[in-house]
Unconditional design. Structure first.
Length: 172
């Protein structure tokens, strides 16, 4: 059995900055801690703070590309050394979105369902437009109706495009 199987999942072997906070809020325990061997179930942390075994804390991992993943964790083990305290943090709770972001970092080869769904919807829309265009060109009545409504359709399209542009500028 491999180490990843024993630990319950793949590990991300790059160091990540992590902020450790008390569970009830307040001042950070350590805002410059380093998370090592990160997985979807936990991570090893290098910190200047003393962490008691079985204590519960809040954390925020700084993921690549400026993303973060926050949650709650339990100190599974703790070992004080000369220059730092090393501890194992077991993730006990995390939002669905943060779990997804962390899983994508830990296992980048996993299926990106959000992107796959977006691509499928675009393909379905394109096929629908092609089928509709085919029917319009081979049906005289629909062709006549389309030519009568064409100026209104173009005007609606342009107004919609302008509205989307205005909303994007407003959000930035």
């Amino acid at each position: 059995m491999s180490d990843d199987e024993k630990r319950g999942g793949a590990r991300f072997l790059t160091d990540l900055n992590v902020e450790l906070r008390p569970l009830k809020g307040g001042e950070a325990i350590d805002d410059r801690a380093i998370a090592h061997d990160v997985s979807a179930k936990g991570f090893k942390v290098e910190t200047q703070a003393e962490l008691a075994e079985k204590s519960v804390l809040a954390f925020t991992l700084q993921l690549p590309a400026g993303q973060t993943a926050s949650g709650k964790g339990r100190v599974a083990w703790s070992r004080k050394e000369t220059f730092a305290t090393w501890a194992g943090i077991e993730i006990t709770s995390m939002s669905w979105g943060d779990k997804r972001r962390l899983a994508h970092v830990v296992n980048p080869d996993a299926v990106d369902w959000e992107n796959l769904t977006s691509v499928c919807l675009k393909v379905i829309m394109a096929v629908t437009v092609i089928i509709a265009a085919h029917r319009v060109f081979y049906n005289g009545q629909l062709r006549g109706l389309l030519s009568a409504l064409a100026p209104k359709i173009i005007a609606l399209f342009v107004m919609g495009w302008a509205l989307v542009g205005m909303l994007k500028k407003e959000n930035h």
